[in-house]
Design a protein. Sequence first.
Length: 196
Amino acid sequence: MSKARLMADLLDATGDVLAANLDNVTLEGSAVKSTGEAGATKFLREDGDNTSSWQIPTDTTYTASGVVSIDGSNVITSTGEANAANTAITSSAQAFTEDQTFEAITETVTAKSAGFTPDLSNDGTVYNVTGAVAVTMPSAESGKSFTIIASAPVSSWTGTIKWASATVPTGTGICIYTFVSDGTNWYAFEAGNAFG
């Protein structure tokens, strides 16, 4: 909008500003001046009293559908957990779309002393078993795996297991069993026995 057109819209014939004429003026982009303001860090705020003012942004949390909010340089989940940008949230499942490098990973070890079914959603992937117990296999799920470290050979196995060489192991002493699933079967082998 030209300065001449702007003046024509704002002033009457005597040069006075007519409030009614302000409805005919639309100011956008560079037409809104910040005379006297410096630093390029302020924004024009609507103050709620029919006025506006240049303000420095305060620490404000912006929320998207109540699920994720952004506060400064952090991403905050609906559980209130703050994470810096590009940082995985450890309290929920993650889908990685790029190669990742993990260091110093420690598996959760779950102790068992009686017959059990591995709960791979809650127990972790390593079982430390005391005594000769019966093991019932969980539902086969593609990509899942776990290990059993037993102080004595497992007394019985229940479930869809395909053992190496089609033979159920009959080790002695401390035995280590490893399992991996393709979604249909559990493939298993005795990693070793008689440790110690």
